[in-house]
Design a protein around this ligand. Structure first.
Ligand code: ZN
Length: 433
């Protein structure tokens, strides 16, 4: 994941343009995602797909011809979506088009002007403050023209059509945690899941923030009812503990599955309620959709000082934290995949577990005790009204313990799965026949 981030880091991405295409092309080396192109001006709910922005070069030169700001060295120097310009200007005029971060004077801020045509440069506050009165040449070789909005989509078919949505934004230039970390995590999650036998189908979206998810929802409204659970991935590579932002519903199965998996990990974590501010959960959870989609993060956007600055770089994200985020997402998926309702086949009094070899079958005293407890909990509550996740929550035991107890009981015919919640896909049933 870290190596992928290193490779994607120099590319100048934006809402639209070749940087996003180049990024998606690199992701195709890992997963066979489809790249969709949606023409500028396409109406998508209350919005329209913007013009396509591409940038080739930009700089500021002083009167001796020296480049004091060079886009080739750092793409954050240019205000995102800047219109082209070539002009000689005074220091005062330059300052009117310059963005700095006085409270972090050594960092370059990340700024965009997507919906109002403008041009500008982002500099460190120290650099701008030190500029002498001079005549400066500003040059931005960019184009803002009718074109396309590009996004990536990868569908992984499971046994049922019921879907888990994993979505991440791909519109930020050289910023590592927000959100190359989310892109890398989604890609590796997809790679890992593609090697597994899955109950759910999985849909991975790599879209520009806000307008991308609005566009997808607008063009795919008919598919939305298949989405049973969803996660937005953002800022997942920093050293902070995992923070989960609940879906707008607040008590959806995904919300409970994430809390269960994080609790089972025994690492510190935070759970926060939904708010209509943040990433693409805002669109998926908007009242007209109200999908069960939460947001998986480490330190939330705006809560780390490097957020949206040049300091959100390759030093901020670390392989170990990316790995931890991947492990935790996989354990969330284990809960979703494993959660089912079972029925006790011997419901009149407790079955005798000893004669079926179910006592003392695994080593380690605590482990054995929890395993036996898990069997008792599963037998006691498997009356069609409680799922394994319900039972894990009630018992305080790890989901994994509850799940493996259920598997052992199924094997001994003491338990059977209640009617599956989602029907198997048609061609699978035919294959089985
Ligand atoms: Zn951001």
């Amino acid at each position: 994941m870290y190596r992928l981030i290193e490779r994607l880091y120099p590319i100048c991405r934006s809402l639209t343009g070749n940087g996003v295409r180049q990024t998606l092309k690199i992701l195709q080396e890992h997963i066979p995602l489809t790249v969709h192109e949606v023409p500028s001006h396409t109406p998508v709910f209350d919005w329209t797909v913007p013009k396509e922005w591409n940038i080739r070069d930009a700089y500021i030169k002083n009167s001796t011809g020296e480049k004091i700001v060079d886009f080739q060295k750092c793409n954050l120097y240019v205000l995102g979506y800047s219109v082209p310009i070539r002009k000689k200007i005074s220091l005062a005029e330059l300052k009117a088009h310059a963005f700095t971060l006085p409270e972090r004077p050594e960092w370059v801020p990340y700024r965009t002007s997507y919906y109002k045509e403008n041009w500008g440069f982002c500099l460190s506050h120290n650099q701008l403050s030190a500029l002498p009165d001079d005549q400066y040449e500003v040059f931005i070789d960019a184009s803002l023209q009718d074109g396309q909005l590009s996004y990536g989509e990868y569908s992984l078919k499971g046994q049922t059509d019921a879907e888990v949505l994993i979505s991440t934004h791909v519109c930020h230039p050289s910023l590592a945690n927000d959100n190359l970390s989310g892109i890398a995590l989604a890609v590796f999650l997809a790679e890992q899941l593609s090697a597994r036998s899955l109950r759910y189908s999985y849909r991975f979206l790599f879209t520009p923030g806000t307008i991308g998810s609005i566009t997808w929802l607008s063009l795919n409204e008919a598919k939305v009812s298949k989405i049973k659970h969803g996660l937005i991935l953002a800022c997942v590579g920093d050293e902070g503990k995992v923070t989960y932002k609940k879906s707008r519903r607040g008590d959806a199965e995904i919300d409970r599955a994430v809390v269960q998996a994080l609790k089972d990990s025994a690492d510190p974590y935070d759970v926060i309620d939904f708010s209509p501010y943040g990433y693409d959960e805002r669109q998926f959870c908007s009242p007209g959709f109200n999908l069960p989609v939460g947001c998986f993060m480490r330190t939330p956007h705006g809560k780390f000082s490097q957020y949206h600055t040049s300091a959100d770089n390759l030093q901020l994200v670390k392989p170990e934290f990316l790995g931890d985020s991947l492990d935790k997402c996989l354990s969330i998926i284990d809960v979703l995949e494993g959660n089912a309702i079972y029925v006790n086949q011997n419901p009149k009094c407790e079955p005798q577990l000893g004669k079926r070899g179910l006592y003392g079958s695994i080593g380690g005293q605590t482990e054995r005790k929890n395993y036996e407890l898990a069997m008792l909990w599963v037998l006691s509550f498997s009356d069609k009204n409680y799922s394994l996740l319900d039972i894990a929550e009630k018992s305080g035991l790890k989901f994994e313990a509850i799940k493996s107890a259920a598997e052992a009981l199924v094997e001994r015919k003491l338990l059977r799965e209640s009617a599956p919640r989602y029907r198997h896909r048609r061609h699978n049933r035919e294959t089985l026949r």
